[in-house]
Design a binder for this molecule. Structure first.
Ligand code: WTA
Length: 635
């Protein structure tokens, strides 16, 4: 009996060995003892990474919302499921109990049905961090509709691309959103996006900022009156374990984002199990993850993982700097938060503002701290440890991806000794491998290579929506019979992993994955631009920032370069969103290329990072002369 809650290092090793020696027996036990199924599986796992095809709990029937809501009503119906903390600290927080959550999700589910949404239909959710976001996600799951949440900081054209890619029938949004001292016209953005999306039949609009907005007759509906009229109970749709639960887009090396498809059964089991252990969650804890539900971290560790464990999860609408830089710590104190999970970029930004914003808050409730999304540097790690955890709350540096669905490499607090900048050990059931460029696995310790995973885990994405070939090419073709993460990593003398960063054309800026190709596509639309190349360079707060090298069609001083820079960033904001804006833009007459015409980004990265001592051999380039020109003009 139960390996569900791991408390010591010895226990971790013992359970880990079991999970690797006999994965099927192991996961069957976890699934059976801790989750609710309408019908058990015929087969725990079948897999073939060459196709690739992975199936967990095949033949099983379930609905994830019964696991996240219904079953808790009997044991903890009056317990708070979601604490909503608004942007403005003077507005009251909302506490939604499990019983109330059931009511709200069922009503919402009935509204979806009434508007013609059924099992397998795609619903795009473009909402700020208000309760309706979590509720609409769960309402889709209730009726077997596939949700596709798009982060509400994306532009209208990025939204349109995602709506069209999965052929969504409905969009759920709000009249607007609050972000610090700003308000954002979300509905306007949706209207722009939908000019170009014929498949969308209806738009549901939640009221948040009470602004005047345009409602299109026949298509747009205010949500509130529909919810009031709807019936408060809704029989869950019974799903196959392998039925898709959601699509979530992530950046890739082409302009088209990748719609990662996650399953119902395996995803539930793995996010539930990791949540319990990585945060050492106990019944009366108050857990807070500061991510947005528009990203995978929010899906797995604000909504599904916590609720599957009957936890209390905090949803924060605002930003860490409003009304001042003490906002996070004020919320921790107010709600007596026990687990706090955030991104290194937020830690660095807050550390820069000084400890005075921390000191006047009581943080003694905190037991476990977490980070995710990018490598955490040593200085930020220590600041977090010293000032927030007071060296008593262990830091879990959790490495994982949109594609992995759940946390993959992480310490288990109070069990695994932590080490700054190391994500430490693979989670139960995870079998990492480091590979060299020739495709051989690098065994032993004190080595570094490309990070792969050798064996399936329950929450791995099953495909890319509408493009299985791309799924295979991106993740299963670089190394035979292995899932390739796109990250580099090293393994130290005791077997701890440290993630060193992306080895492909994705740059992580403030914890957001940005493909360089879509940004280049946006820039190249500018009439004055002939070609461009984007690379990342180190940045104190954001981790990485973007550096653009741009070739203009007409050289000379005929155009004002500062105006051009503004126009280029404006284009990027329109096409992708403000998160993808470039910090530096250098105009040049050439880009270093190989003889086959490929841009040598490695060289551009080094120049942008001021690391020109070892540029490597540039003599084999097609146009070696441009390297000096670029170095002379570096910003
Ligand atoms: C990076 C976020 C270092 C990594 C859950 C990965 C990290 C990408 C860490 C996925 C970490 C995430 N240390 N790097 N603890 N966590 N990353 O899809 O490069 O938004 O491939 O998923 O973030 O980002 P994504």
């Amino acid at each position: 009996m139960s390996n569900y809650h791991i408390k010591h290092l010895e226990e971790y090793y013992q359970v880990y060995r079991k999970s690797v020696r006999n994965p099927e027996v192991f996961w069957e036990e976890i699934a059976e003892e801790h989750f609710m199924w309408r019908k058990k599986w015929d087969n725990v796992l079948s897999w073939d990474f060459t196709k690739p095809e992975v199936k967990w709990f095949e033949g099983a029937k379930l609905n994830i919302t019964e696991n996240c809501i219904d079953r808790h009503i009997y044991t903890r119906g009056d317990k708070t499921a979601i604490i909503f903390e608004p942007n403005n600290p003077n507005e009251d927080a909302q506490h939604i109990t499990y019983r109330q959550l059931h009511d709200k999700v069922c009503r919402f589910a009935n509204v979806l049905k009434e508007k013609g949404i059924g099992k397998g239909d795609r619903v795009c959710i473009y909402l700020p961090m208000i309760p309706e976001l979590a509720i609409s996600v769960l309402a889709c799951a209730r009726i077997g509709a596939i949700h596709s949440v798009v982060f509400a900081g994306f532009s209208s054209s990025a939204l349109a691309t995602r709506v069209k890619d999965c052929d969504a029938k409905m969009v759920i949004t709000s009249d607007g959103s609050y972000r610090g001292s700003k308000t954002i016209d979300l509905k306007g953005i949706v209207d722009d996006a939908l000019n170009d999306c014929e498949g969308v039949e209806s738009v549901l609009v939640a009221k948040r900022i009470h602004s005047e907005i345009n409602m299109k007759e026949g298509r747009d509906h205010w949500l509130e009156p529909l919810l009031e009229e709807a019936y408060h109970d809704c029989v869950p749709e019974i799903m196959d374990a392998e039925d898709p639960l959601f699509i979530l887009y992530t950046s890739g090396s082409t302009g088209q984002p990748k719609g990662m498809v996650h399953s119902s059964g395996g995803y539930m089991v793995y996010t539930g199990y990791t949540f319990k252990n990585v945060f050492q969650y106990r019944e009366n804890d108050i857990y807070w993850c500061t991510a947005d539900i528009g990203w995978i971290t929010g899906h797995s560790y604000i909504v599904y993982g916590p609720l599957a464990n009957g936890a209390t999860t905090v949803m924060f609408e605002g930003v860490p700097s409003y009304p001042d830089y003490g906002r996070f710590w004020q919320i921790v104190e107010k709600h007596k938060v026990t687990q706090f999970y955030t991104a290194p970029t937020a830690i660095r930004a807050l550390a820069k503002e000084g400890v005075e914003h921390v000191e006047n808050h009581d943080l003694s409730s905190l037991k476990v701290l977490g980070t995710v999304g990018e490598p955490i540097n040593e200085e930020a790690w220590h600041w977090y440890d010293d000032n927030i955890g007071k060296r008593k709350a262990p830091i879990v540096d959790t490495w994982w991806q949109t594609e992995t669905g759940g946390i993959m490499i992480t310490p288990i607090p109070f069990a695994t000794p932590t080490k700054p900048t190391y994500a430490t050990l693979p989670f139960i059931g995870i079998q990492p491998a480091l590979m060299d460029e020739q495709g051989q696995e690098i065994k032993g310790n004190q080595v570094d290579g490309r990070l792969c995973i050798k064996f399936p885990w329950p929450s791995m994405a099953r495909t890319i929506w509408g493009n299985h070939q791309r799924y295979k090419d991106t993740y299963f073709s670089a190394f035979e019979n292995k899932y390739f993460t796109g990250d580099g990593a090293l393994r130290d003398e005791v077997g701890y992993y440290r993630i060193t960063g992306r080895v492909d054309d994705v740059v992580i800026v403030s914890g957001h994955n940005l493909g360089t190709a879509p940004i280049e596509d946006a820039i190249n639309e500018h009439p004055a631009v002939s070609e461009s190349a984007i690379v990342g360079f180190p940045h104190d707060i954001k981790g990485n920032a973007l550096y653009g090298y741009v070739i203009l069609k007409e050289t000379g001083e005929s155009r004002n370069h500062d105006n051009l820079r503004k126009e280029i960033n404006q284009l990027i904001t329109e096409q992708i969103g403000p998160i993808a804006k470039l910090d530096k833009i250098q105009f040049t007459s050439g880009l270093p290329k190989t003889r086959s015409g490929k841009i040598m980004r490695r060289i551009l990265r080094k120049i942008a990072s001021n690391d020109t001592a070892n540029l490597g051999d540039t003599s084999t380039l097609l146009n070696p002369d441009c390297v000096q020109e670029i170095m002379d003009g570096v910003l």
